[in-house]
Design a protein around this ligand. Structure first.
Ligand SMILES: C[S@@+](CC[C@H](N)C(=O)[O-])C[C@H]1O[C@@H](n2cnc3c(N)ncnc32)[C@H](O)[C@@H]1O
Length: 492
């Protein structure tokens, strides 16, 4: 029996593998994908369906199919489908190697967190499925652990595998691994030279990681990172072409001198990508693949941004720079770069279409387009093919998706309208579960008061729990503001 039956994989949605992001990025890479409503999407190794279900709810005319070997995870996903009444989702327990050839073709096939962790015959089956089941203009998303980055991270895995008995039940394996990690992290911090700081940082991060990450990434029987050239060869053998990465920033220029040297060293796209992986000590890739027959125009032009929508996590700081809540920092003296970032920040959480950015910045279309492309290529601005239906202003009676409301009640994280998995404060999650479009802030305060009385919610003021009406109303206002800025509420 697989450990997945006992300890479920953490539930996340992946914005880079959402059809709207994949379509936007594929368009920039030079092989557009169909991205209208009514998509057919397949998720191989879908876990509990946490990536698939929020996409399905937003595309009721589409068909969303997930396959996973773990019956326990499929059962959890089916529970969520049942609770939310989604009718366009099918979750199947089964092996990728046995997938029926009658399943038809898909606009998008996602395989996240599987390929590096399964034996060679399953890897071959994954690529076979991508080839057989991808629509002519479809795009596949395949994530993999990469070399050389994982060679370093793999030190932790190798150490844990040597000192944790693989025959233990999953829970005991995790506890044993944590004891090794505690010893190792404490001892390693004494070494302040050489690899000591790297090891200490990696060990500290792993100490904080979830049980499921520890079990399935570091204690998994298989975890095979690969060199890009080998991966590229496997794509070719399966008659698939590498389009580019779903995360545009990995293609960002290395600097003039390095780019010139790279051109002198690399005789092919595969060699060039692998040298970039060397330069950045790459650990992970999210490859986008298309049928070999497709013509890919790799000459990226700013005009490819026309028709797309944009957002940024960066916000202006007091010192004149920009910073995201996750610590990304950016400084620029370019007036157009600043105008673009300020415009996106001022209008958030709404996504802005290309034309509106040009109009608001008030410069020539080509000038704005080129600079926007530069910011997008560095991952500072993210493109999407749709506006995602995000409310521009806080609605009087806010409405979140059914999945988000379900997650707010039963899960530690919720999926927002940009398909990001986010953790909200507990009081915000309590408010979110009642945001079905019928309740104004007063009615939401009534519900929060009931939840407080039943011990389902808690409001803390200076560390003390409170239940008086003014505090409840203030908590609702704060929660609604945070939820709105986190792109949780639908338009109209
Ligand atoms: C690390 S989890 C990733 C889950 C999800 N895609 C994600 O990224 O959150 C790997 C998943 O692949 C599934 N899996 C492994 N081998 C499989 C196979 N041969 N056929 C179908 N699913 C498989 C496991 O059951 C597990 O749910």
């Amino acid at each position: 029996m697989s450990d997945y039956e006992d300890i479920l994989y953490d539930e996340y949605s992946f914005p880079q593998a959402h059809p709207s992001t994949v379509a936007a990025v594929a368009q920039i890479h030079g092989a557009p994908m169909r991205a209208h409503r009514g998509l057919r999407v397949l998720d191989l190794g879908c876990g509990c369906g946490s990536h698939l279900l929020p996409m399905a709810e937003r595309d009721p005319e589409g068909r969303y199919i997930g396959l996973d070997l773990s019956r326990a995870q499929i059962a959890v996903g089916e529970g969520m489908v049942h609770a939310t009444g989604l009718e366009n989702v099918q979750l199947m327990a089964g092996d990728i190697r046995d997938l029926s050839s009658e399943l038809g073709r898909f606009d998008l096939i996602v395989c996240h967190g599987v390929y590096s962790w399964v034996p060679p015959d399953v890897r071959a089956a994954i690529l076979r499925v991508l080839r057989q089941h991808l629509a002519a203009h479809g795009v596949a998303f395949l994530s993999t652990n990469m070399l050389p980055g994982w060679r370093s991270r793999g030190t932790l895995r190798a150490g844990l595998l040597r000192h944790v008995d693989p025959t233990l039940p999953p829970r005991e394996k995790i506890d044993a691994a944590r004891r090794v990690l505690d010893f190792w992290a404490d001892a390693a911090q004494r070494d302040t030279a050489g690899f000591g700081p790297f090891l200490t940082e990696e060990l500290r991060a792993l100490q904080k990681a979830s049980d499921s990450y520890l079990l399935y990434e570091h204690l998994a029987p298989l975890n095979e990172p690969m060199w890009f050239s080998d991966l590229h060869r496997a794509f070719g053998k399966a008659q698939l072409s590498y389009l580019g990465d779903a995360c545009l920033a990995i293609h960002a220029p290395l600097g003039d001198v390095s780019e010139q040297r790279l051109r002198g060293l690399a005789s092919s796209l595969a060699a060039s990508e692998e040298l970039r992986d060397l330069a950045t000590h790459r650990m992970f890739r999210r490859s986008l693949l298309v049928h070999r027959e497709r013509v890919i125009d790799r000459e990226v032009h700013w005009r490819r941004l026309e028709g797309l929508y944009f957002h940024t996590a960066l916000r202006p700081t007091k010192d004149g720079g920009y910073q995201s809540s996750k610590g990304l920092r950016f400084q620029t003296s370019s007036a157009v770069e600043r105008a673009i970032l300020d415009t996106l920040s001022d209008t958030a959480p709404r996504l802005l279409p290309f034309d509106e950015i040009v109009e608001r910045v008030g410069e020539r279309r080509a000038a704005v387009g080129k600079i926007l492309l530069g910011l997008t290529a560095r991952g500072l601005i993210l493109p999407l093919a749709h506006d995602m239906g995000i409310a521009a202003a806080l609605p009087t009676r806010p409405r979140a998706t059914k999945i988000a409301r379900f997650q707010a009640e039963h899960r530690p994280r919720v999926t927002n309208l940009r398909h990001e998995s986010i953790e909200m404060p507990r009081s915000a999650q309590c408010v979110l579960r009642h945001c079905d479009g019928t309740r104004d802030p007063g009615a939401l305060a009534d519900h929060l008061a009931q939840d407080l009385a039943q011990g389902k919610a808690e409001i803390l003021v200076e560390g003390e729990p409170v239940q008086d009406r003014p505090s409840i109303e203030e908590a609702v206002d704060l929660a609604l503001d945070a939820l709105h800025h986190s792109a949780m509420f639908l338009q109209g």
